[in-house]
Design a protein around this ligand. Structure first.
Ligand SMILES: Cc1ncc(COP(=O)(O)O)c(C=O)c1O
Length: 491
């Protein structure tokens, strides 16, 4: 990102060990080099530097797919030079995206007749999909207000405080007030009752999440639909619902087909899903589906013809890669309903193995629900001496990337660790992770607290440490630890 800071003012060069076989001088870090270098050197320099990145398979922070079959990798590489927007030049790719839109719309129970095609579009991810859905709601609401001769300059959207940052982006970029339902202790998703209370005549939609980013829990869209239907009847408004099914959209249809969260509910007018999460495609694909043509105002669709025939487009970007669309189509036909069901079932089982392993340690409260996105969110029962951030930091030494974060208002005093269980996270890895977490806990138990010290040991009271004291006690403990290893170690 352009806003990033340089790591060190003095370190202005990029050095590479093995590339010195091809080039002897180092490269400027932040300025384009004056002259060219051999392709082997460029490859070696970049490859060497990238080795310091984490291992994507061990990145348990992310919902995004990190493994696909080699056959699909082949299709991706073959399409890497196709710009998706050149629809007239690549009509088959366009056709594949249309098939994906229709398959997903059917999966979400869109009310389509036998010969009707679905309304939707492929995007870069759920964030773009949400921007488009939000814009459609805003424009529809404005059109209605204008037709009624009412002001339309103060639109708002109602969500839970647990929404992903893309909703805050939508609100700020497109000037819509975000009215957030606060969370509470032990309740980490949007309460439909409180959400409906926040709805007023300026509400363009209520956004429910199928699979909260923070703890994977599904929000109760059915209850929201029922309560909002009542409110709409009382007030004469027709406030709609959007479902942010970024993760859950490719889980619920397979694991919980009876759960009503999608277009079966009349107020649900649009749904987004990330193809690159449980849609099982590498990063760079999302989808937004509208219930019907009436829910996507025609004036938001641009028609261009300078690439060939007339092309309707409704996206934020113009150019983008074709590979991800093709990869999504591959997964849909390769796996089918059966394949997705098996994978989702497997993820759920592995999440349960992890959850039970963590429960057995007796040290954690589980904050996620069994029937949601396959993830385990957990917090320390006793965090007087050590906190979740330290557990996360220490797990890094074993290669695991497990994020720790605080919950949004009014549950900000709760910190959780979260492990996302993707297709590539096996049962063996789940068991291994529990073992490593146990090791980390044992190590932390031996380390002094970074926050507290026992107050002269007489009254048994703990007091807060100064920063210097914290640094000293951590260094001392490490010295002891390293020394003990040296004494016992056999090289
Ligand atoms: C509920 C939810 N909505 C939206 C997003 C944004 O998705 P994307 O990364 O596909 O833009 C995420 C990402 O984690 C999410 O969890």
């Amino acid at each position: 990102m352009v806003l990033s800071k340089t790591t060190s003012e003095s370190d202005v060069s990029v050095h590479s060990t093995f590339a010195s076989r091809y080039v002897r001088s180092s490269l400027p870090r932040y300025k384009m080099p004056e002259s060219s270098i051999p392709k082997e050197a460029a490859y070696q320099i970049i490859n060497d530097e990238l080795m310091l990145d984490g291992n994507p398979r061990l990145n348990l922070a992310s919902f995004v797919t990190t493994w696909m079959e080699p056959e699909c990798d082949k299709l991706i590489m073959a399409a890497i030079n196709k710009n998706y927007v050149d629809m007239d030049e690549y009509p088959v790719t366009t056709e594949l995206q249309n098939r994906c839109v229709n398959m997903i719309a059917h999966l979400f129970n869109a009310p389509l007749g036998e010969t009707e095609t679905a309304i939707g579009v492929g995007t870069v991810g759920s964030s773009e999909a949400i921007m488009l859905a939000g814009l459609a709601f805003k424009r529809k609401w404005q059109n209605k207000r204008k037709a009624e001769g009412k002001p339309c300059d103060k639109p708002n959207i109602v969500t839970g405080a647990n929404v992903q940052v893309c909703w805050e982006k939508f609100a700020r970029y497109f000037e819509v007030e975000l009215k957030e339902v606060k969370l509470s202790d032990g309740y980490y998703v949007m309460d439909p009752k409180k959400a409906v209370e926040l709805v007023d005549e300026n509400t363009i939609c209520v956004a429910a999440i199928l699979g909260s980013t923070l703890n994977g829990e599904f929000e109760d869209v059915k209850l929201l639909n029922d309560l909002l239907t009542e409110k709409n009847k009382e007030t004469g408004w027709d406030t709609p619902i959007h479902v942010d099914a970024a993760s859950g959209g490719f889980i619920a249809p397979f694991l919980y087909p009876e759960l009503e969260w999608d277009f079966r509910l009349p107020l649900v007018k649009s749904i987004n899903v990330s193809g690159h999460k449980y849609g099982l495609v590498y990063a760079g694909i999302g989808w937004v589906i509208w219930r019907s043509k009436e829910d996507l105002p025609e004036e938001l669709i641009f028609h261009i013809n300078y690439l060939g025939a007339d092309q309707p487009t409704f996206t934020l970007n113009f150019s983008k890669g074709s590979s991800q669309v093709i990869a999504q189509y591959y997964q849909l036909i390769r796996l089918g309903f059966e394949g997705y069901s098996n994978i989702m079932e497997n993820c759920k089982e592995n999440a349960m193995v992890l959850k039970e392993g963590l429960e057995k340690t007796g040290r954690f409260n589980i904050v996620s629900k069994d029937n949601g996105v396959s993830l385990v969110a957990f917090s320390l029962k006793d965090r007087r001496l050590h906190d979740e951030f330290e557990v996360s930091e220490y797990l890094r030494r074993f290669g695991w990337i497990v994020p720790a974060y605080t919950m949004p208002p009014d549950a900000q005093h709760i910190t959780v660790l979260r492990v996302v269980v993707r297709e590539d996270f096996s049962r063996t890895l789940a068991e291994r992770l529990v073992m490593d977490i146990e090791k980390v806990l044992r190590e932390l138990d031996l380390l002094p607290s970074k926050f507290l010290k026992l107050n002269d040991g007489k009254n048994g009271h703990w007091t807060k440490k100064s920063e210097l004291e914290t640094q000293k006690s951590v260094t001392d403990a490490w010295k002891k630890f390293v020394l003990a290893k040296k004494m016992n170690g056999v090289c």
